[in-house]
Design a binder for this molecule. Structure first.
Ligand code: ISJ
Length: 98
């Protein structure tokens, strides 16, 4: 049997596809909200990044990851990757607003 026809593999991959779609939708919603935060900060003259908030988010996410049996190092890297992109957006919004 080839990989592409194994029924168990097909079922698992179908589930992975649904989960990947959910991740994309969740990320899209998160970026919509952070876009609004970026605009709010630019209007009020607040800095694009908030390192204290980021520290608290990392601690929280690492604890949630442990509870969920997900590697906390991976959870931290994933959050940092997203937040770095958000801060880049915020810097751009602030520049455009200046
Ligand atoms: C969204 C914010 O801006 C930045 C991005 C964050 C995020 O993506 O969660 C967190 C902190 C800030 O560095 C915020 O300040 O809440």
């Amino acid at each position: 049997m080839t990989q592409a026809t194994d029924p168990e593999l097909l079922r698992l991959r179908s589930s992975i596809d649904n989960l990947d779609a959910a991740l994309v939708h969740l990320l899209a919603e998160r970026f919509k909200v952070t876009q609004r935060v970026g605009e709010l900060k630019a209007t009020k003259g607040l800095p694009p990044a908030d390192p204290d908030r980021e520290k608290r988010q990392i601690e929280r996410l690492r604890a949630l990851a442990v509870e969920a049996q997900l590697d906390p190092e991976f959870a931290e890297k994933f959050l940092t990757f997203i937040v770095t992109e958000v801060v880049r957006h915020h810097e751009r919004i602030a520049k455009d607003h200046a």
